[in-house]
Design a protein around this ligand. Structure first.
Ligand code: HMG
Ligand code: MG
Length: 306
């Protein structure tokens, strides 16, 4: 079996992790989380989203968070921008505070597209088109998130052909990289591989990442299966934070700690210091009044106590 020798993890905790939190999380705590993640060795962090504060109140402090970050050389900062309004808001700052990467986010399911971004898949592509064009003009990398590539909370199972169709549409508007998301964590390895293969018909293996929520406890298995296919980029969330407010029952992303432990155990490099990462997970969970949702974090913290 041949696995990649190096994997890049994008911690989406500050965005996907916190967007669904009911309690207000102060901007300074979010900034503190970003700082701890970069100190732990994360090379890409999904910081926030420029979406409607009426839809996602937790992300209303997007500009404040982006402004407050102390940038570290070699780290890339990404934000979600679903339309030109969001893109313009993300760039309404001095150039050094611009995101390195923006994310347009569509779905392989019509019903989820409507619930999440209030438009059809076809309409979403027309909204993303000028965003992708404007970003590339300014030298900002364009990533696309593809939700519900395995299952949808409203439509049930999603056929791989629909994932392929979405990937093709994303490619057509100049999206440079796509994330295959199992939004509600229902996927199992073979189903996730089908969604990835449908995507790989339009994107190269270096242009595709996995974004697996862990609702049914399958995310590590899905990650391992994806590694076998050569996929070496994954979105993960420190402390297993996360969930989408528009996908009922969806829980957090796979915990970054769990993925790092698995990869290091397989001899795969991440550049991440697991101990510091665990501390970052403790930091944000203390702010939320919870325990990190990561088995590895729990095991290592128990061991630390001797
Ligand atoms: P809309 O209602 O279709 O937009 O919303 P609109 O153009 O008709 O505007 C309606 C109102 O929203 C107006 O304000 C606009 O100014 C405002 P009003 O006149 O009513 O006061 N507005 C905005 N405000 C701030 N920033 C913007 C913006 N755009 C319009 N960018 C929109 C469309 C997409 C904005 C809305 O549906 C929305 O914000 N949805 C939230 C989507 C979201 O954040 N979902 C969670 C992230 S996706 C996710 O978690 C999945 C992922 O992790 C992968 C996976 O796991 O599947 C990525
Ligand atoms: Mg997600």
């Amino acid at each position: 079996m041949k696995f990649p020798s190096r994997v890049k993890l994008v911690d989406v905790g500050p965005r996907d992790g916190l967007q669904n939190e009911k309690q207000a999380v102060p901007a300074e705590v979010k900034i503190g989380l970003v700082h701890r993640l970069q100190e732990a060795g994360l090379k890409e962090i999904e910081v926030t989203s420029f979406v409607s504060p009426k839809w996602v109140p937790q992300m209303a402090d997007n500009a404040e968070v982006m402004h407050g970050i102390r940038r570290r050389a070699g780290v890339r900062y990404s934000v979600l921008t679903p339309n030109m309004k969001g893109f313009e808001a993300a760039l309404a700052a001095p150039r050094e505070e611009w995101p390195d990467e923006i994310v347009v986010f569509g779905a392989a399911s019509e019903a989820f597209s409507q619930k999440n971004i209030n438009c059809s898949i076809a309409e979403s592509i027309e909204r993303f088109r000028p965003v992708a064009e404007a970003a590339r003009d300014k030298g900002i990398f364009v990533r696309g998130a593809m939700s519900c590539t395995v299952g949808c909370p409203y439509e049930g199972e999603i056929a791989p052909e629909r994932v392929g169709m979405l990937a093709k549409l994303m490619k057509g508007i100049g999206v440079q990289h796509v994330g295959v998301a199992d939004t509600i964590g229902v996927g199992t390895p073979v189903k996730v591989l089908r969604a990835l293969e449908a995507t790989l018909a339009h994107y190269g293996v270096d242009e595709v990442s996995g974004h697996y929520h862990d609702t049914y406890g399958q995310a590590l298995s899905n990650t391992l299966a994806s590694l076998e296919l050569g996929i070496w980029q994954y979105d993960t969330s420190v402390g297993g934070l996360g969930g989408c407010p528009f996908a009922k029952g969806a829980t957090g992303n796979v915990a970054t700690e769990d993925v790092v432990y698995m990869l290091h155990g397989m001899g795969i490099e991440t550049g991440i210091d697991l101990d510091q990462l665990i501390d970052a997970g403790v930091y944000i969970n203390q702010a939320l009044g919870r325990e990190p949702n990561s088995r590895v974090s729990k095991a290592i913290r128990t061991k630390r106590q001797g």
